[in-house]
Design a protein around this ligand. Structure first.
Ligand code: PMP
Length: 438
């Protein structure tokens, strides 16, 4: 079975775009004219969206869709508290970041308080890609190494250096020699002790780099392995791999762009479920609930080592509007009880889907943590990417938005705003069962 490039998953194919509504067809044509080959849209019938709130998105024709895909508006689309904070700040001041602002320090201190003690410095960026780019540079500088280890279907962003450590971006060829891949931490890849097996793969990759004369720098993983197909359990399985990295003189970068900010339903960070303290943590998407912001948290000496050599300045990173959004996001996560909600509603979906398996043999493994679930679509024992694609488009026709993940694209990725209600969760499971039975 062929592996899929991440941007191809569930992507709109112009040749399949028959019967598009007039407004959609016109926008698709304009988009293709302006954005050319870089245009990526979801669904066979792309959506023309105009407004949103909570976990609902509205389209230009007045329809409402249940959003199970978006981790950018992570605390809910257009959350009133985030909107008000941004509006107030943007009306007062926004500019480059070489002045003193109160709110950015309130933000930095609040955010850093959620990390283990050694991780006490923060560099603010605008995207997850910028965060990972800086993390790679910090780790290279600290170790003197160039070799990085990532998972086979990893995605970490879009800069030149970060694309090299994102095997799922490759449409052809393989990553360069300084990048080594290990299989996803899928229990089927590592029967028996998953943690020991994954650590052994990391050790073998380190040995491979050294054998080729490339000094090992670090291991970079998304701590919920989302593009690999969502692998969260058992908690703690990452620990032996991180120990192996440190034993070899390397550093561990935890990419929290996907699991971070409470999504896993137990604390703020995905790495904490694994009882490890990363050397560098990178953040992005959910941080500003739609305002572009990202960040890198690390130990002061690692940041200083890098800044001694190069320095770091980011014109927009940590601007006062982003800080206002970030503060409001932290408030809402606490005030709306979103971490508990992720645990409760995510657990409910997982339980119902596991129970539905008997009636719906197309549902394979169901896994994940909190409101980040992977649901395998299978035909017999075999992965069924075509079936997953059909379901995604059929769900869209029933006004439920969802995406795919995994090397083959057969894993439904359930990743809604963290405010999803039990009723909305039931609507999804009922509709999925209905479609599979039909
Ligand atoms: N890391 C992970 C795990 C991601 O999923 C993404 C984006 N999907 C990124 C980094 C890059 O973030 P951005 O698109 O904000 O640059």
């Amino acid at each position: 079975m062929t592996t899929q490039q991440i941007l191809s998953l569930n992507a709109f194919q112009p040749e399949e775009g028959v019967g598009l509504a007039d407004d959609v067809a016109r926008l698709v044509a304009r988009r293709q004219r302006s954005f050319g080959a870089s245009s990526v849209l979801f669904y066979q019938q792309p959506l023309h969206v105009v407004s949103a709130s909570g976990a609902m998105i509205r389209t230009a024709d007045g329809s409402e869709y249940l959003d199970l895909y978006n981790n950018v508006p992570s605390v809910g689309h257009c959350h009133p508290k985030v909107v008000a904070a941004v509006q107030e700040q943007v009306a007062q001041l926004n500019c480059h970041t070489r002045y003193l602002f109160d709110n950015v320090h309130d933000y930095a201190e609040r955010l850093l308080a959620t990390f283990p003690t050694p991780l006490s410095n923060l560099a603010l960026t605008c995207t997850g890609s910028e965060s990972n780019d800086l993390a790679l540079r910090i780790v290279r500088q600290a170790t003197g190494g160039a070799g990085f280890i990532v998972t086979e279907t990893a995605y970490h962003g879009n800069t030149a250096a970060v694309t090299e450590v994102s095997p799922s971006s490759y449409k052809q060829g393989t990553p360069p020699r300084h990048v080594r891949m290990v299989p996803a931490p899928d229990p089927r890849n590592f029967p028996g002790d998953l943690g020991a097996g994954f650590a052994a793969a990391v050790r073998a990759a380190i040995a491979g780099l050294e054998a080729d004369g490339i000094r090992f720098a670090g291991l970079l993983v998304d701590t919920i392995f989302s593009s690999d197909g969502v692998f969260a359990d058992p908690p703690g399985f990452l620990k032996p791999a991180v120990e192996a990295v440190h034993a070899a003189g390397g550093l561990f970068i935890a990419d929290e762009v996907q699991p971070g900010f409470g999504r896993t339903g137990s604390g703020m960070w995905g790495f904490a479920r694994h009882e490890v303290v990363p050397d560098v943590v990178t953040m992005g998407k959910p941080m500003g609930n739609g305002i572009a912001m990202g960040g890198v948290v690390t130990r002061p000496e690692l940041l200083a080592g890098y800044c001694d050599a190069f320095g770091y300045f980011n014109t927009f990173g940590g601007n006062p509007v982003a800080a206002a959004a970030g503060l409001a996001v932290l408030d809402v996560i606490a005030e709306d009880g979103l971490i508990d909600n992720a645990a409760q509603v995510g657990g409910h979906i997982a339980e119902r889907l596991a129970a539905a398996r008997e009636r719906c043999p197309a549902i394979g493994d169901v896994r994940g943590a909190g409101l980040y679930l992977g649901v395998e679509i299978v035909s017999g024992d075999a992965p069924d990417p075509e079936g997953a694609k059909r379901l995604i488009n059929a769900l869209r026709d029933r006004h439920i938005l969802i995406g795919a993940a995994g090397a083959l694209g057969h894993v439904l990725k359930v990743r809604p705003p963290l405010c999803l209600t039990l009723e909305q969760a039931d609507r999804f499971v009922d509709t999925l069962e209905d479609l599979i039975s039909a």
